[in-house]
Design a protein around this ligand. Sequence first.
Ligand SMILES: [Zn+2]
Ligand SMILES: [Zn+2]
Length: 419
Amino acid sequence: MLKAVRGFKDVLPEDMPYWHLLGEEARSLFESYGYREIRIPVLEKLELFQRGIGSTTDIVEKEMYVFEDKGGELLALRPEATACIARAFIEHRLDLKHTTNKYYFFGPMFRHERPQAGRLRQFHQLNVEAFGVRSPSMDAEVMAMLYTLARKLHIEDAVSLEINHIGCAKCRPIYREILINYLAGQKDKLCKDCKRRLERNPLRILDCKNETCKEIALNAPRIMDHLCDECRRYFEETLDFLSVCDVPFVINPLIVRGLDYYTGTVFELTTTELGAQNAVAAGGRYDNLIEELGGPSVPGIGFAVGAERTVALMRKRMKLEEKKPTFFFAVLDAEAKRFIIPVVLSLREKKIRCEMEHEEKSLKSQMRKANKLGAKYTVMVGEDELKKGKVTVRNMKDKNQFEMEPSVENFLRLVEENP
Ligand SMILES: [Zn+2]
Ligand SMILES: [Zn+2]
């Protein structure tokens, strides 16, 4: 039997109510904040991610699907969307076309991770990116939007907004040296990955999942204590605006994010309910990304929401079911079909969910099928009904049965009476 590729998963129709709710709530919320949808390709040039995300990050070093196409070009399946949206922003000169540049995107990402740890190699993210504004109230607004999304999905009790500030080009290098000095003293105890990170990307050691590294990180010097005055003020104002927005948060000095492009504000929406995969959403400010990718000097901030993890939390809190048919048309034969098909089509055009039996089966077995499908009404068209030009309608809940003219209006009235 042929099976799906490891780490790639089908989303079946019975799961879709959660995905639809997530998509609908996100879309209407993001649009109320003035974000516009953008769609980007699945494939990009490898160079985009090397330059955008950073060549020493785990994603670029180990996790990307990279291949050479027939023209000899090195391509990568996108492992995240921020660099792609930034690329689109630069390519189309969107900064010149629009006064506000706020975008959202929903789609699959690809990372070659270990499936045994419950990680998917194709997973889905909701992305939000705002270009052109650098202000503490903007940062707070972006986080407020994320928190509101959690509230709209009824998972706010499962998550906590953790925030940190990772400094600027002025104060981060100083902190980096202080951190390296501290970590160098404990080098022997660090895990293999972190030993390597020490020189190249020491901040990443702060969010290593290894237990010993975690302990070392806990006692490490904190960036908060080494921020320059400007960064400190920016961070304090951001926290103040978060309170104005009535968003609960905790400061977590260990949040550094795994991507090179972050500057200043970084945040995560974390949960303790999904084992080791504790980040449901993550984001931050990236004021140099656009320029580093060859665009104008434009700041930015954004976040990504992990759709599978969000759906897992939603599942624990609510039971959503697929929509059931309103009418099931049980038809005796071809003549009965010809009699009722025009009505069925008209009702469907009015967005009323109808099923009609196509195979030749007894009315009794069709009734069983209607029951199984959870139809509200079964509409029977048998010999008697055809003679009278009427149909017999059975309310499947109270078993009440009556005859009526099969006009579209009559069916619509039933829908109204029993929404
Ligand atoms: Zn600074
Ligand atoms: Zn480590």
